[in-house]
Design a protein around this ligand. Structure first.
Ligand SMILES: Cc1cc2nc3c(=O)[nH]c(=O)nc-3n(C[C@H](O)[C@H](O)[C@H](O)COP(=O)(O)O)c2cc1C
Length: 331
């Protein structure tokens, strides 16, 4: 049997395989992106450009100034525009230099607070040559002022603004903490995104019991985090028109195969690449290819979504949250 065809599409982009390196410190320089392409990555999502980070940096600078002087509001506006221009310029340079240096698609990522910045950043990113744009959007789950309906409406408004601003494809990366994921995902699909990324990983708090302070919990995922993504990819894949990118807990080739069987178009990988050797992407690709040969699949479309909720023949299994039968064996 000849080698199976691993190619796929995502957001209308042609990819040589379904493995994308997700937004993180792994994709924050041209040198790293060139290496990732050599290692077999089919595309990269750049580290996000955070409006909040620009504001925080500015705050730090004004704080040191206000210790000594009164700062005029005009000065603050000026500083914000200079700070934004500097950070944005670096980001645009990363996009255009990456595009010159690699053949794989380069997807930019932004997280904004104000609607003006979403528009401003998206327009500049398209101009710099990004192949697509991932919107990294989160709503604080502890925000009691905003209901589910309001969150869905705000999200759809942001998508509509961006879609009006740029022609490149747009994906929305969401959090697993979003309430009513089916309704929410259907509303963003309707708003016109080309893809949805399930899921972003939230910062996890921990407690340092020696210092008695709040500290950072596990930054990286583990393979045991795969289940939640798998559940939602399988449930949503039969319901949405847009592509689904699986992200969280994919650490090896079997994780990729499972997500494709659940209905994912592509898999985004981050944590696994922080903890393994350089050839890890190649290993994942080999695992996928060998599995396809063993199961006599010539292309990914022959098996994608076979075990999605709508195709599996056992839809209840994907919605099961109690363990009765499984716990009984753990005596
Ligand atoms: C160190 C680190 C930095 C990250 N930075 C970003 C970021 O800038 N923007 C973003 O959307 N996601 C970011 N993420 C989330 C990842 O893109 C990914 O969604 C998450 O880690 C789950 O995938 P994984 O299980 O393969 O790690 C980051 C993750 C890590 C571990």
């Amino acid at each position: 049997m000849k080698a199976p065809d691993l190619s796929t599409t995502y957001l209308g982009l042609q990819l040589k395989n379904p493995i994308i390196v997700g937004s993180s410190g792994l994709t924050d320089s041209v040198e790293k992106i060139v290496k990732l392409e050599k290692m077999g990555a089919a595309a990269v999502v750049l580290k996000s450009l955070f409006e909040e980070e620009i504001l925080m940096e500015m705050e730090e600078q004004t704080h040191s100034m206000t210790n000594r002087h009164f700062v005029f509001p005009e000065t603050m506006d000026y500083m914000e525009s200079v700070e934004t221009a500097n950070i944005l310029a670096d980001y645009l340079e990363l996009i255009s230099n990456s595009k010159k240096s690699v053949d794989i698609p380069v997807i930019a990522s932004i997280n904004c607070v104000s609607s003006q910045k979403w528009i401003f950043f998206a327009r500049a990113i398209e101009k710099a040559g990004a192949d697509a744009l991932e919107l990294n959007l989160f709503f604080l789950p502890s925000d009691t002022q905003r209901g589910e309906k309001q969150i869905a409406e705000t999200t759809s408004e942001i998508i509509a603004i961006i879609k009006k601003t740029v022609k490149i494809p747009v994906a929305l990366k969401i959090s697993a903490y979003q309430s009513n994921l089916i309704r929410y995902s259907e509303s963003i699909d309707l708003a016109g995104v080309e893809g949805v990324v399930l899921f972003n990983r939230s910062w996890l708090p921990d407690i340092d019991i020696n210092q008695l302070v709040i500290s950072s919990g596990f930054v990286l995922s583990s393979p045991s985090d795969l289940g939640s993504t798998l559940r939602w990819v399988s449930i949503l894949s039969g319901r949405l028109k847009c592509d689904i990118a699986a992200s969280t807990g994919i650490h090896d080739g079997s994780g990729v195969i499972k997500q494709l069987l659940a209905g994912a178009q592509v898999c985004q990988v981050v944590s696994a690449l922080y903890t393994t050797e350089q050839n890890h992407i190649a290993k994942m690709i080999d695992e996928l290819s060998n599995w396809m040969v063993a199961h006599e699949f010539n292309s990914i479309s022959e098996f994608r979504g076979r075990l999605s909720q709508s195709n599996s023949g056992n839809p209840a299994a994907w919605e099961r949250v109690q363990f009765m039968k499984y716990f009984r064996n753990f005596v």
